[in-house]
Design a protein around this ligand. Structure first.
Ligand code: ADP
Length: 492
């Protein structure tokens, strides 16, 4: 099959969160399975250009209709770790993708509506006719809308769309001006509850809703999150829309790329190891301590870690509590995170200064993939106390590196982590971590207490749990087969 992925992120060139890993990992797996895969991305000024090989102009004069005129774009082509990528660069005073950041501008809805339109225009003009267009999150929600309302009549009439929702929280809600910008125009038609009109704000249009309504198949990133989206308020107002389109909606669990996330061959960590020689992991722990200037007088002290965006979704109040609880139980704590919200950012900067001279705690504020890998390899436990978590990659990577996850039982965390002591469905030899459900500190403490208790009192049992986690298969193998079946189902 010929599949084009259109997204606002792709690891490692343009990565903010898990979306980037999914776009790259799924594409790579599908290519290995013999499909022709291309990825279309915006050409951001702040991309990691050192990860793009052979970047050159592929299409010189792409004119994308925009409001009553057109914007001139150049399309570049390059390889990102074996994947074929096209990068769209608009030349206009709007400077859509030369902002020094991926998201966070006031006109984000215009930036990504433009990108969506430019991607379709590129497919049309360059005579690319994929079987399936796979688009992701609100940024590309208008693609199926424009495809089936406009581009279908201009040569793209056989293309089908699979739309994956990675996060319901950001939906791209904006006013009717976007219809004039994209040329969809007809306000009366699109401001209908069966189409793009937001379910709660009658004066706004909703990109993600458009994606759900118009796509041939809609997925979210874990089966449990799909259930939550149907039956709880986690879909942030889109529950009714999902209900109306339930026949084409399902959850497919994300995988992680085992060619990248593999402690046996990962040369970004100082010591490689597998479940058969997991003792080697402790050498990485030593290096981690040295790098972060943590006390190493007692090599057996456990290291509890957190890696992730510091925002409300990730349960920051519990992350903060986990830090103090770990220290109070004689463990060390390492935090790597970045916050976009000012209040959370200053809270953790304050905490960082407070802990500056603590030899058992390190807080690193920023985005550092290399350090993240060393933490996965060197830590003993990873806390993931999310308020909600569509899939979550942190626990999957932790499992792969023998770092026991302690998670809140929501979304994809429920589909991937099975409590060592209490899981009702998995036999003991298939359990791999600790799960708590409530959002209060007692729930977190009790699961951390069980994990640390096992570590201190029954180290062999703890090791067994680490090995069981490493033996889980959360590669792209299974998910790619599911997507393949879905593409096959929707393709014309
Ligand atoms: P989300 O997509 O909600 O941010 P996920 O758990 O799905 O969360 O994916 C997060 C990914 O980003 C993981 O690969 C994680 O290792 C990585 N990551 C998150 N924060 C950082 C950071 N500060 N530095 C490096 N990597 C990070």
């Amino acid at each position: 099959m010929y599949i084009v992925q259109i997204a606002s992120e792709c690891a490692p060139v343009a990565k903010v969160g898990g979306l980037a890993d999914v776009v790259y990992g799924l594409s790579r797996k599908l290519s290995l399975r013999g499909h022709a895969i291309e990825i279309i991305l915006p050409k951001y000024d702040c991309m990691r250009y050192d990860h793009i090989w052979g970047l050159h102009v592929a299409y010189q004069d792409l004119w994308v209709p925009w409001y009553s005129g057109a914007i001139h774009c150049t399309v570049f082509y390059g390889w990102v770790h074996g994947q074929q990528c096209f990068f769209i660069e608009p030349h206009s005073s709007d400077n859509f993708f030369n902002r020094g950041h991926f998201y966070g501008s006031l006109d984000d809805h215009l930036r990504f509506a433009f990108f969506s339109k430019a991607a379709l225009e590129f497919l049309q003009k360059s005579n690319k006719r994929p079987d399936v267009i796979h688009c992701h999150d609100w940024q590309t929600g208008l693609i199926p809308v424009m495809l089936f309302e406009m581009y279908k009549w201009h040569g793209l009439w056989e293309q089908r769309v699979c739309y994956t929702i990675h996060n319901f929280k950001h939906q791209g809600i904006t006013g009717g001006d976007i219809l004039r910008a994209t040329g969809l125009n007809n306000e009366g038609y699109y401001f209908h509850y069966d189409r793009l009109r937001d379910n709660f704000n009658p004066f706004a249009l909703n990109f993600m809703k458009g994606g759900i309504v118009y796509s041939n198949a809609v997925t979210t990133v874990s089966p449990h999150h799909a259930w939550e989206a149907h039956h709880t308020d986690i879909s942030c107002g889109l529950g009714h829309t999902l209900h109306m389109h339930q026949d084409k909606f399902k959850g497919i669990l994300n995988g992680i790329d085992y060619s990248i996330w593999n402690p046996e061959v990962d040369h970004s960590i100082p010591f490689q190891y597998s479940w058969e020689n997991i003792e080697e992991k402790s050498k990485n722990k030593k290096v981690l301590r040295e790098r972060l200037l943590l006390d190493s007088s007692d090599p057996n002290k456990p290291i509890v870690a957190f890696i992730g965006r510091l925002d409300d979704q990730k349960g920051v109040h519990l992350v903060h509590h986990a830090l103090y609880y770990a220290l109070s139980r004689g463990a060390q704590f390492v935090l790597l995170g970045s916050a976009t919200e000012n209040t959370i950012n200053s809270w953790f900067w304050h905490e960082k200064f407070h802990q500056n001279n603590n030899p058992n705690c390190h807080i690193e504020l920023g985005f550092d993939p290399e350090l993240a890998t060393l933490i996965y390899a060197g830590a003993d436990m990873m806390v993931v106390p999310s308020n909600y978590e569509p899939c979550g990659l942190t626990q999957l990577i932790s499992l792969r590196y023998g770092t026991v996850p302690i998670v809140r039982g929501v979304g994809g965390l429920v589909s991937t982590v099975f409590d060592r002591d209490y899981d009702q469905y998995r036999p003991p030899e298939e359990r791999n971590g600790y799960v708590f459900y409530q959002t209060d500190t007692h729930a977190l403490e009790s699961s951390m207490d069980r994990a640390l208790g096992l570590y201190y009192v029954y180290p062999d049992e703890f090791k067994k749990l680490q090995i069981q986690g490493m033996q889980c298969d959360y590669s792209w193998h299974g998910p790619a087969e599911e997507y393949e079946a879905l593409y096959d189902f929707v393709k014309a």
